[in-house]
Design a protein around this ligand. Structure first.
Ligand SMILES: Cc1cc2nc3c(=O)[nH]c(=O)nc-3n(C[C@H](O)[C@H](O)[C@H](O)COP(=O)(O)OP(=O)(O)OC[C@H]3O[C@@H](n4cnc5c(N)ncnc54)[C@H](O)[C@@H]3O)c2cc1C
Length: 352
């Protein structure tokens, strides 16, 4: 199909990536964002090779690449002892293996880069202060609902599929206290910590997951190094929410995409990557199918399995990171002893 107007609810990563996909097929996109301006909440994002490849396919990588940085390694560490359990190299060998690099970026920079590409296209219109009310009867050609994990469109299309708040609380902080250039993952009983630098004048993106509201109290038995990293930080807190798996994302000419369709716990750092992949598949089905409902049916069919697998794997990753006692000791032994190439092989289904 060509020369049709697709309405898009939400101007986050999924909404803007979808607009690019629609525009690339010779159709037009109207992005309606309810906020007054484009401001990304949160701080850092990891962009695995699958996210980079998807951005390349959308024609956005040239704009995105300059705002990313290249961490040399992922360090997996035990938060109690401070011991480094594994160093996963992210250099040339990694890039050759997965066909694209591993990058990190400030979320706001990624959003601005996508916005700049979208604005450069004459067939994309962007409106702010434009809330799409789900109960409105939609009488346009097709609606792509990229309205995030708390999607009202999802609740209208699939009643009973409200987002679920897990027991975990995510604490985020951005500071000047850059520790090293790596992606650092600290495993700890009942929680974990991730940090890496983002931005051109690097800031430390720090994320702590706990089951209570007090970060210092939760990590009171951590090694000195980790306690120093967490010390004197002012945190913004987020409930870790997810969407109960949906078997289909569309009803007729309305489809959910990104977190609205499959918002997941962020423990494999893949939510945005999945949203960008959704957009690539959207472009592919629009190029092949004549009617939006048939294209959306196919998109849902092609994407549900992968995103559900990711949902389950993210949840399992959380359990694994948060083990305690003898289970944690066994986990640490496994991580320390498994060769890096085998550990990366476990991630191949995601990165490829
Ligand atoms: C702590 C944390 C860390 C993460 N780290 C990573 C990571 O490292 N790598 C990764 O790939 N992913 C990561 N993610 C996941 C990633 O942030 C999300 O999957 C991604 O941002 C989802 O994008 P989205 O556009 O679907 O939703 P959102 O970013 O939520 O965007 C939805 C947009 O829709 C707008 N909106 C809502 N309702 C309406 C309406 N009715 N009308 C119009 N507009 C509306 C909102 O204002 C918003 O702009 C992380 C998530 C969290 C919580």
């Amino acid at each position: 199909m060509k020369n049709q107007l697709f309405h898009i609810a939400g101007g986050g990563i999924a909404g803007l990536a979808s607009a690019l996909a629609v525009a690339n097929t010779g159709n037009s996109a109207l992005v309606m964002e309810k906020a007054a301006k484009f401001e990304a909440l949160g701080a850092g994002l990891q962009l695995g090779p699958n996210a980079v490849r998807a951005l390349q396919k959308l024609g956005a990588w040239d704009a995105v690449e300059p705002i990313t940085s290249s961490p040399p390694e992922i360090l997996i560490r035990d938060g109690r002892s401070g011991k480094t359990l594994k160093r996963l190299e992210l250099g040339k060998k990694f890039e050759t293996r997965f066909g694209a690099p591993y990058r990190v970026a400030h979320r706001a920079d990624l959003l601005q880069a996508l916005l700049s590409v979208a604005k450069s296209k004459s067939n994309i219109t962007i409106q702010t202060n434009a809330e799409v009310i789900a109960r409105d009867i939609f009488d346009g050609y097709a609606l792509i609902a990229a309205d995030g994990v708390w999607s009202k469109t999802r609740e209208a299309l699939f009643p009973g599929h409200a987002a679920i708040i897990s027991n975990d609380i995510i604490h985020r902080n951005l500071s000047d206290d850059v520790v090293n250039e790596c992606v650092n993952l600290w495993l700890y009983p009942g929680g974990h910590v991730v940090h890496y630098p983002v931005g051109q004048s690097p800031k430390l993106n720090l994320l702590a997951v706990t089951q209570g509201t007090d970060v210092d109290a939760h990590f009171s038995m951590a090694c000195e190094e980790l306690r120093q990293i967490l010390k004197h930080k002012s945190w913004s807190q987020w409930p870790a929410a997810y969407v109960p798996p949906l078997h289909r994302w569309n009803k007729g000419k309305i489809i959910l995409i990104g977190d609205a369709a499959h918002g997941t716990l962020p423990y494999l750092a893949q939510g945005a990557a999945m949203a960008i992949e959704d957009a690539v598949t959207l472009g592919e089905v629009l190029a092949l199918r004549k009617e939006p409902d048939s294209a959306f049916e196919k998109l849902s069919e092609l994407r549900v399995q992968r995103t559900q697998k990711l949902h389950h794997s993210s949840r399992s990753a959380g359990h694994f990171y948060h083990l305690n006692g003898i289970s944690a000791a066994m986990r640490n032994a496994i991580i320390a002893n498994i060769p890096s190439h085998l550990q990366l092989a476990q991630m191949a289904w995601i990165y490829r």
